[in-house]
Ligand binder design. Structure first.
Ligand code: IMP
Ligand code: MG
Length: 187
């Protein structure tokens, strides 16, 4: 696949220096296809559609590509988890909107963009477990283990990244840059 060249304009207002390319759109696409294959294999014998529970908003781009790389039936649900404040700072965690349908007895795959401290995944996992799914696993595009505070298990992982804040492919800085097709780091 050909690489997409994107110009990222540094924004004085957001205080950004030049974002550095970290993972190209082509590499992401290849990895997501592999994950889709692995996931389809693991769940090949389940008798109800797999439910992808997508953690808004950052994981939506990853989830849309992952969904289309599956060769098994799947449904979509969303949860909203956000920290107060914006930018790269961490506030306290807020869990809003939960899934619409019942998860009792269903096979659930949580879809997250990046696991950082692990607090988001830990909190969402606890809430989902209370809904008594038949199984619960986690797919995360990125893992940044350097800042882990809570131990969480990632069953399907795209890439492990160094201790840099990243944007693009759904990931934002203060609500921006989600549209970039690749992943860039900010220094
Ligand atoms: P955690 O709760 O500390 O693991 O943080 C995970 C959440 O913080 C993710 O769902 C992201 O929305 C956000 N986040 C963490 N690191 C980054 C980053 O480098 N870029 C954009 N969002 C991030
Ligand atoms: Mg998130």
């Amino acid at each position: 696949m050909s690489e997409v060249t994107t110009t990222v304009r540094p924004s004085g207002a957001a205080g950004l220096t030049h974002p550095k390319p970290m993972i190209s759109a082509g590499r992401i696409a290849r990895r997501v296809r592999q994950l889709g294959g692995n996931i389809s294999h693991v769940y090949r014998d389940i008798d109800t559609p797999l439910i992808l529970v997508v953690i808004l908003k950052g994981a939506t781009v990853f989830a849309a590509d992952l969904l289309r790389s599956l060769s098994i039936p799947a449904e979509l649900e969303f949860v909203r988890a956000s920290s107060y404040g914006s930018g790269t700072s961490h506030g306290s965690l807020k869990l809003a909107h939960m899934v619409d349908g019942p998860l009792v007895g269903r096979h659930v795959l949580l879809v997250e963009d990046i696991v950082d401290s692990g607090r988001t995944l830990h909190a969402v996992t606890r809430r989902i477990r209370r809904m008594k799914p038949a199984s619960l696993r986690v797919a995360a595009l990125l893992d940044r283990p350097a800042r882990r505070e809570v131990n969480v298990k990632i069953d399907f992982l795209g890439f492990t990244i160094p201790d840099r804040f990243v944007i693009g492919y759904g990931l934002d800085y203060a609500g921006r840059y989600r549209e970039l097709p690749g992943i860039y780091s900010l220094d």
